[in-house]
Design a protein around this ligand. Sequence first.
Ligand code: HEM
Length: 256
Amino acid sequence: MSKDHIVESLTGKTMIKHKSKMPAKLDFLQSATGLVLALFILFHLIFESSILLGKDSMYTLTKMFEGEFIIEGGSPLFISVLAFVIFSIFIFHAFLAMRKFPNSYREYLRYRTHAKLMNHADTNLWFIQITTGFMLFFLGSIHLYTMMTQPMNIGPFASSDRIYSDLMWPMYLMLLVSVVLHAGVGVYRLIMKWGWFDGENPRENRVKTRKIIKMVVLFYLLIGLFSLLSYMKIGYEHQANYGEKYHHSSEVKHAN
Ligand code: HEM
């Protein structure tokens, strides 16, 4: 261990009496990984709602993610690799976020009382983010591990069987609400922190930003909810043929 690290750990300052730049660097990394994950979710929930357009649409998209345009028939390995990359960013983001969690009941109580006394909207948002972030540690890991290890079981029937017959829908419902709120609040806080859309009139633009984010969060909750219901309906109707793979309607016609 370097002398520098020993001095810094005891005094909070480096040997040349400078405040460490590490907390700022970690903060930046937390924002950057959060933004990447939020962008991923923005696209993910749209792609995944393709089930609302029909089974063929979801099947075609699944095949695209399996790299059908690169190798014939595609390979689930592409999805495994993508899930591994996203899982790694997810774990790194969670690791960095752990610094922000209250680490004792006293500290939690102090935060909570402070938030209640202030009753400041953005401080309350911070609580939503901590709570949903905690839920995501578990729910996000279940989902990502499944996607990484069972990429061959994705599709209009396989996904619906998992959601309905394997009883994953309560997990997905909690995951949906927690990830949409977490990403919405996270992106809002990033915009406020870095003043991205402050412009000439920060006060007015911040009110506008809040309204837009609320609408986007509501939109994503709704499409997520309707997609989930759609998967459940397909899964319910497919119970008797559990495990059977979907074929694109054009292939079925061909076979007949
Ligand atoms: C590369 C990584 C990922 C892949 C391949 C993937 C794939 C999928 C698939 C195929 C579904 C449909 C249900 C199923 O088949 O089980 C789904 C649903 C869902 N995923 Fe992911 N996912 C990934 C990462 C994530 C992450 C990081 C999150 C959030 C932390 C997330 C949140 C959700 C939610 C909330 C649903 C349910 C959406 C709804 O209600 O309709 N996914 N995902």
